[in-house]
Structures are given as structure tokens and as C-alpha cells.
Design a protein around this ligand. Sequence first.
Ligand SMILES: C[S@@+](CC[C@H](N)C(=O)[O-])C[C@H]1O[C@@H](n2cnc3c(N)ncnc32)[C@H](O)[C@@H]1O
Length: 372
Amino acid sequence: MSLYQAILDETAPDGMRLTTTKLVDRNTVWQLESSSGFAAKVTQGRAAIFTCKKAAALTLDALSECCAPFGVGEAVECDESQYILAIGLLDDAELMVLATEAGADVVASPVEFSPTSDDVRSIVGTLDDYYFGYEDRYRTVYENGAHLWESEEPNASLLQMMQERPDVFSGHIIDLGCGEGRDSLYLLSQGHTVVSVDVSHSALDRARERATAANLDASGFMERDIIYLRGFDENSFDLAMNMGCLHMLVDEDQRARHISRVYDIVRPGGYFIVDHCASEWGKGFFSIPDYEEVATGLVPGRVIPRKIRVADGEKNIDLEVLPFSERSGDALAEEISRYGFSLVNSTYTNTEAFGSSTMLLFQKPASGKQTS
Ligand SMILES: C[S@@+](CC[C@H](N)C(=O)[O-])C[C@H]1O[C@@H](n2cnc3c(N)ncnc32)[C@H](O)[C@@H]1O
């Protein structure tokens, strides 16, 4: 068994030891290294992990290049020429570590160096803002008395696609950016096998609670980043669906990484469904009853009133606008086709979830990778 698989399964091969390191606070940079290689997995919270070369100088540019966010269940592996720097992004972040060789230990210690920890924290700040933005939004909504941010019902556009192309919904399905699980729960209730991923702990907790309450399997709800989709095998899904999550990615590199990872994990002949905002993001959303009133404030970082559902009706709360992107159906079809998918169908939709959007169905060619 590979070290990566061993840490994912949390089973130490003979003579090796799994140990745990707490990334005690968000202000300390931790260095983890071993005379042998090692693997580390986030078991609690969220961490920014830098995979560094022992021989290389630590410049800010090099650090920016090697930094990536890791959520619960995501693992990283280093060989003996590498070490990692880690910072907890959520309270009580914890890493489980496993050294490659029996008898070798992984040493974890707080470090100060040049570039300074403050420099490193500035790199991590952007990551932190992105991921914490979602977690914070769901938490704020729940603290204000809403049971859910999104509706309980599955997306209308998904139901339409299921009616038109029932053949596409078969086998092993992955829901990318599942939120509180409205689509996954519906598919599970229809007997489908679904893995559901999101970056928000709180939204995933709600999804698991809802699954348990409905006697459905809650084990498929996992914290994973759709940009990396770590730990999923190539060709392992029959259908991948991205319902309103790709339009939350604004960085072209991140979008590219996401689409090409989806291509990898979908089997030849398998499908990819994308529901993506086309224009006037926010118009028609349940949470934005008067679009004209807030239209000029729909700028990432600004705070606007949003409507939530509470026990005795509805309520307005202030929420920050998170980054979003808009694409015409044609532009999106061109973008996704670039990674090898073939467009099967494109439908304009207007739903209370995503407003003016395009629902696209793609297929991975039955053989070989096509790239332009
Ligand atoms: C507009 S919501 C849609 C949620 C769900 N698909 C639905 O229709 O209710 C977008 C979701 O994407 C998640 N998200 C954003 N960026 C992500 C990333 N890089 N990896 C995984 N999930 C992400 C957010 O936490 C949020 O739950």
C-alpha cells in the first residue's frame, strides 16, 4: 500500500507510527520534516500547506508557488528531499502524520525565518479569505436562525435535466460544491450513489444531519476542494455535476485546474453537468427579492441585505458579496470543451437558486484525451 493510501485510510504499515500534530493557532508557522519521506493529512480544521524543497532558498515567490489549502481528509506526501510548512486556518487544525520508514519520526516545530512568518501569513491571507468566506456565510445564516441557506428542494434545473436525460444519472455520481446537499440528498433518495464535496464544514454538517434524518447514507459528504479534487481516482465517476459552484471560481487558473481534474476523474463516456450564472448575478435569487435595489452593490467584498428563511417566516441579514463570475452559454461551452469534453446540450435556465444561468451537459469522449 502506498504511503498516501495508508494515511488516507489511517492505517500504519508494520513498524510505522501515525502521530498527530496540532497547529495550535492561526499565527504560528509549523515546520514538519523527517529524515525519511512522510505523508500528512488534515484531520481537523483547515490548513495552508507549503511543500518545500530542503535544498531551496525560501523566497516569497517560491512560497507563493508551493502553497495550497487542505481541508479535512485531504493528504499530502513528501519525499526525503522535501518538508512542509503548515498554518492552521480554522481553530484547532490538526494534522495526522506518517513517516515512510520504520523508526523515522516526523518532527514538528514552530519556525521563524526569512521571509518572516508575517510574509508567509500574507500569502495565506488570500486563501483564508476565500475559504473562510463560505464557512462564515453559512455560519452567519445559521446563527441568525435559518435552518438552511439554500432551499430544501433540489435545483429546478437539475430536475429538468433528469427528466430530459434520465440515462445520464446512473452509476457513481459526484456533486461538486454540494453546499447543504439539496441535489445530493434528492439523488440519494432516488437510490443513486453519490459523493458530495464542499469546503464549508457547517454546510456539510447540515447536509449530513439531513441525510441521517432521512435515513440516507451521510458518509459520502466530504470536505474537498473542487479546484484540486485530491484523493479521487482517475476515471472513477460516471457523472460529475457542478451546480452553481464553478461560477464561484473567478481565477482562470483555478477554473482550468478544476475542469481538467473533473475530466480526469470522469470515466471515458461519462458526463459533466454545469449550471453556471450567465448574467446579472443575483437577479431572481430567493435571497435578493429586489435586484434593482442592490444591483450596484453586487461587488465582491461589499455587504448587502440578503433574505433568509427562519422558523416564523423570512428575515433580512447583512452578508458580504463573495466573488462570482458570469459567462454566456457559448463562452462556457468553449471554455469547458477546451479540456476535452464535448458539448451535448445547452439550456438557458432561470431559477431562484442561480437566476439567469446556463445548464450545460458535456460528455467525455469514449476513448482518449482530446485537447486543443
Ligand atoms: C452557490 S453554492 C451552491 C451549492 C449547491 N450546489 C446548491 O445548489 O445548493 C456554491 C457552493 O460552492 C462551495 N465552494 C466554493 N468554492 C469551493 C471549492 N473550491 N471547493 C469546494 N466547494 C466550494 C461553497 O461552499 C458553496 O457551498
